[in-house]
Design a protein around this ligand. Sequence first.
Ligand code: NAD
Length: 448
Amino acid sequence: MTTFLDTLLASSAARRAGVPQATTLRRYAPGEPLLGAPALVAGAGRFATALRVRLQDSGVECLDRSASGDHPSETTGERLGAVVLDLSDAVGLSDLEPLRTVLAPAVKRLRSNARVVVIGTDPRSLPSVTGATTHRALEGFTRSLGKELRAGSTANLVLAQGDSPDGVGAAVEFFLSGRSAYVDGQVVRVDDTPAPAPEGVDAATPLAGRVAVVTGAARGIGAEIVDVLGRDGATVVCVDIPAAGDALARVANDVHGTALQLDVTAPDAGERIVAHAVGRHGSLDIVVHNAGITRDKLLVNMDADRWNSVLDVNLGSVLRMNEAVLAQGTMTTGGRIVCVSSIAGIAGNRGQTNYGTSKAGVIGLVDALSAEVAGRGVTVNAVAPGFIETEMTARVPFATREVGRRMNSLQQGGRPRDVAETIAWLCQPGSAAVTGQVLRVCGQSLLG
Ligand code: NAD
């Protein structure tokens, strides 16, 4: 954990050096409005009408903009909390014009911590070269805009495969909400799997009735995942090594869950998790593979122990546990597997050949397993955290840490809570159409 003194030193040193101070991010708190300021919903795509209805039902004031009409906030001077631009029906490059004509004036009127969400169609689902080209172009636009926005605002892209508005609506709501505070410049693909309509899910406790297992739960990101899943209504089984037993018990007690002292590299770890979850709580619906270690060395100095332990904790154990969870047919429709990768698994990192290998392997696992279990109604995704303020990153030397925490569009490190909120969203019933993906929680890191 970064100390208060540390933070004070860092911010005063940064101020003296003229480094811009980061905006406090708008984070989700139960009971608070989804957005807290009007959203402009523009574009003539197939989701725009349903989105307006959905967002209004969620308490968001939606402003409209016809293709030629005035921008509403141009006449009222009202600040925008978000702009959602639906270009899902674009057929050629000229249909990309609203990216400039709608978003340029709207961006000038964004308040701090605002959201821009662009909606397109998944290029892989489009038969024509022009169509696929047009929709792939949205990615470069969104990522570039994310780098231009300031004051805690983010830009993200939703790519839909089909016509169903519920999965798209759930993704848009995630991006508008404080749950996505540290998710910036990302693409979420929404497939054709039917997602439940929002009125079928209790917004305050979307995970009610679900039993979740979180590994590496005693501290750091894992403890936050437990807290957020518990807050959202899940019954949580908290797994960590016996040496972390006291902390593990406290984390589990705080959410009225249960603790399971277990080394995830044990050959029977998966079977023991299933036995505990089903025996104590009646089912196993969600598994979050969070346990992870680093044992950094340049490859030339990498001994077998550093190599093997990192690969086994971060990757081998995940493969084995999934086999056990899925082989016994325990996880059924609505099941969720979420892995924790890292931007080191995407961009690579000096001194982390072992860690980078394991975290890239996690991405391969998500790719392959999501396809294998798609017919069972189980989704498999990963989050890839960037620089997150934890005990792990607090051990990084001061200057390196200060650079690391600022090398992203939001110019600050993320919090364990930010990773936990994204994982919890992937676990929700409304995220049924999101699978096989790696969602980075990195403030749009410059790495990778
Ligand atoms: P942490 O070291 O604070 O916590 C990891 C937890 O995992 C500890 O409680 C530890 O006891 C447990 N654990 C380790 N080996 C285990 C085993 N064999 N069996 C059971 N439990 C075990 O780490 P963190 O920063 O909270 O990281 C959590 C996850 O996020 C890891 O997978 C890590 O690689 C990933 N991650 C973290 C960051 C970051 O900036 N902190 C960035 C990218 C990815």
